[in-house]
Write a protein that binds this ligand. Structure first.
Ligand SMILES: [Zn+2]
Length: 149
């Protein structure tokens, strides 16, 4: 039995459908009602299996598309991201600005996650993804105006 959601799984299901067609042909198109019922049940099961496999495949393709978009973004930002203090920032004309991104997530996976202020503790900022904590003073918001002044 092939793994559902694999190309092999879809091919196997389609072969099952072909077997049903073959059985009907080999009978000379003359089948007992019970045999016909059984073959029809096989065909219905095969169609459901195929539908399920295709839907799983579509999910997998969707995930890969998302990953491609993310990698493309990472590649685009790679030259425009700079470390400052304990965080990474987008840059404008080489100057870091805006909110800091998690340095762990950027260095490990090239993923950009803005650090969030911890509730009731404004000295600590946290990555929503990896939950690493940073000192707020080492990961400040950088104003573009002040940078250019
Ligand atoms: Zn992180």
């Amino acid at each position: 039995m092939a793994i559902p959601g694999s190309i092999e799984g879809v091919m196997q299901s389609l072969e099952g459908a072909q077997d049903v067609a073959k059985a009907i042909r080999l009978s000379g198109y003359l089948l007992e009602k019970n045999d016909l019922k059984r073959l029809l049940a096989d065909l219905t099961a095969t169609v459901s299996e195929t539908k399920m496999s295709l839907s799983l495949l579509q999910d997998a393709i969707g995930e890969k598309d998302k990953e491609l978009i993310r990698m493309n973004e990472a590649l685009f930002y790679k030259g425009n991201i700079r470390r400052r203090g304990d965080g990474y920032y987008k840059t404008f004309e080489n100057r870091p600005y805006g909110q800091a991104y998690c340095s762990y997530c950027w260095e490990k996976d090239h993923q950009l996650f803005h650090l969030h202020n911890r509730i009731l503790n404004r000295d600590v900022r946290m990555c929503p993804h990896c939950k690493n904590e940073y000192q707020a003073i080492r990961t400040p918001y950088l104003d573009t105006e002040k940078q250019t002044a």
